[in-house]
Design a protein. Sequence first.
Length: 348
Amino acid sequence: MIKAVIFDIGGVIQGVDWSFVVNSLLDLKKDLSIDTYRSAFYNEREKYLDLYETSKISREDFWGMVGSKIGIKNVDRLSESFEFLYSFVNNDILELIKKLRHNYKVYALSNACPEIEKKAIKDDNYMYLFDKVYFSHNIGARKPDKEAYLRILEENDLKPEECIFIDNNIKNVAGAERLGIHAMLISNTDSLKKDLFAFLEKTGKKNKKIVGYTTGVFDLFHEGHLNLLRNAKEHCDILIVGITTDELSLSFKGKRPVIPLNERMRIVKAMKYVDRIVPQENMDKFEAWKKYRFDVMFASDTPTDEWPKVEAEFLSKFANEGFIPPKIVRLPYTPGVSSTLRRNILKE
């Protein structure tokens, strides 16, 4: 099952135009050409650019080298001018990313020095669309080295076969494929969309599983908890359960659980109906959805007075950000048993 799509930036989302960089330096060197600049920029690449893009040499070392080759000593200007490298934004790709966000996590992985990140943040055209953006100079690894791809996989609990990687460089595509990531070389936007959606439809029909999500304190585990998990599992293929932390229970319910978090997590994890447990550290279900992308969220069929307001706020966040919300399924409450009743018995 595909869970994430990873995009390159330069040449895929952003156009690249070296003339913008060179033109910004003509007041310092009138006869500077694109060929001369690019030759200096890529001079002894493994010794300079590759290391600068992974923060292994300093800004002064890299731009000082470039400047010595083209006859410009002003390191600050050389650094600042490189922000002009990115030209137009591919709006068709941005629309594609917006569609993908409904069902998949979306990341960016770019071989880039600090100037490029600075420009992308300053323009703010697309950074907000990604779950996270990985620049090589921040993670200390660059494509096609496996460490660059592994950083995304490991940090986001993803397997290679659960990801699609899109780049305009055949070496970077090959690097992803060597790890088992599905990779696509982009030639033009239309063919990419056609191939991508055909692949997603094929794998989706074959592997799509319904993911459900529920939360609870699960203190003094009882039959009501068991019924909740059993009923929830009937509505999904994969059940993720958020276990409320001791601190959240104390702040939200005004009482600390009798059973500590680690024990409660082990107890719930042992249930055959549960596929994954995660700590619930806050009450924001939308943030939880962005992490786990569940299709169904479970709620009690005897809601509190506050629930209509909570549900409305939850659904409004999806509308505001253009996401399709999960289905909300109400499950029956088991009468006559609760952790509160058992807590009172213990007090007595």
